[in-house]
Design a protein around this ligand. Structure first.
Ligand code: ATP
Ligand code: MG
Length: 337
């Protein structure tokens, strides 16, 4: 099975991270005979400045035909790009792994959690209005269909891991909405994996108390937004966290960090989060094709990254080193095999 990927460089540190990482994308294609065709498209602040549209029609044409989207961080117009794409292609699952890397300072060792966040409904649906002066109302939308399909994603992911899922909600207070979400998760997950439920306040506390009690967390949009940032920070740094937005027909992979204009063009940006997002993209290609070469490439890339962190000597300043983006990219590339 072959794949077409629309590649968006993004803004700030995006273009340097993405363009320098291209040697790694090419090497993976070559080493593992991957039929992945990358097509570059413009989107973000620079596209907005040039065409008056953060997501120009020409780009959308390519994206529409592509199987996946791989993007660097986008600046101010990030919402116009990612939120729009997420809605257009119903990318309903947001996957955020939080995993420690060697030599990245953190209060916790060996954090390895995957937050599976429902991405389309809940309070973020945007149904808000002013009921009367000084009274604003927002509506929480939870559907059985969306809850079941996110639970299904959590099940699939957990089967590749420790087969342990914690469903996070607050059904003691929001009996109807969160009650429905919990019931849907139970119907999909109970009996198939080590399944438990936790109220969101307890989950937030437990994450900082003892992160090792979690493996996969499945939760609603708002709780997932907050808990995934918390988990990422516990693992060491948001700056090294990758993410995936997955739908049935399209998926988008991107680093969690922003455009970081303060360090753009200085050749010191850390490409780790972007490259770990590439590994997640390869995982997805394996899921869809069941062809071993994709998972082998994903693991090779992750192993090369871990090795560089273990050795410590080629790290960028944000993680305590004094190497350049070029340095770390070339060492990771060298370690691919
Ligand atoms: P946003 O507007 O989305 O918050 P941002 O540009 O503020 O985007 P953040 O992800 O919030 O970016 O990052 C905050 C700071 O962390 C950046 O200004 C930068 O100094 C540093 N940083 C973020 N990502 C990286 C990276 N990949 N490499 C090195 N430093 C980074
Ligand atoms: Mg910021």
């Amino acid at each position: 099975m072959s794949f077409t990927v629309a590649l968006i460089q993004g803004d700030g540190i995006g273009p340097e991270i993405v363009s320098k990482s291209k040697t790694i994308l090419a090497k993976l294609n070559e080493l593992y005979s991957l039929p992945i065709n990358y097509i570059e498209v413009e989107a973000g602040d620079r596209a907005l400045a040039r065409y008056g549209d953060a997501l120009p029609k020409e780009s959308l044409k390519v994206i529409d035909k592509a199987d996946m989207i791989l993007k660097g961080p986008v600046g101010e117009s990030a919402v116009d790009v990612v939120v729009k794409l997420r809605l257009m292609y119903d990318m309903y699952a947001n996957l955020r792994p939080a995993k420690s890397l060697p030599n990245v300072e953190s209060k916790y060792a060996n954090v390895d959690i995957l937050v599976v966040r429902e991405n389309t409904e809940d309070l973020y649906k945007g149904f808000e209005y002013v009921a009367s002066e000084g009274v604003a109302i927002g509506m929480k939308v939870i559907t059985w269909k969306a809850s079941v399909r996110i639970a299904q994603v959590a099940l699939n992911e957990s089967l590749k891991r420790k087969k342990k899922v914690t469903c996070v909600h607050k059904s003691n207070v929001m009996r109807i909405t969160d009650g429905l979400f919990a019931e849907a998760c139970r119907s999909v997950l109970k009996g198939k994996v080590d399944y438990s439920e936790m109220y969101v306040d307890a989950a937030a506390a437990n994450l900082v108390r003892n992160p090792s009690m979690f493996d996969v967390i499945v939760t609603e949009n708002v709780y997932g937004d907050i808990l995934s940032d918390e988990a990422g920070q516990i693992a060491g740094s948001l700056g090294i966290s990758p993410s995936a937005n997955i739908g049935d027909n399209k998926a988008l992979f991107e680093p969690v960090h922003g455009a970081a204009f303060d360090i753009a063009g200085k050749n010191i940006a850390n490409p780790t989060a972007f490259l770990l997002s590439v590994a997640m993209m390869l995982d997805r290609m394996y899921d869809l094709s069941k062809e071993e070469k994709y998972i082998r490439a994903a693991n090779a890339l992750r192993n090369a990254i871990y090795k560089v962190y273990q050795e410590k000597k080629s790290l960028t300043p944000d993680v305590g080193g004094n190497s350049t983006t070029d340095d770390i990219v070339s060492v990771i590339s060298q370690y691919l095999s």
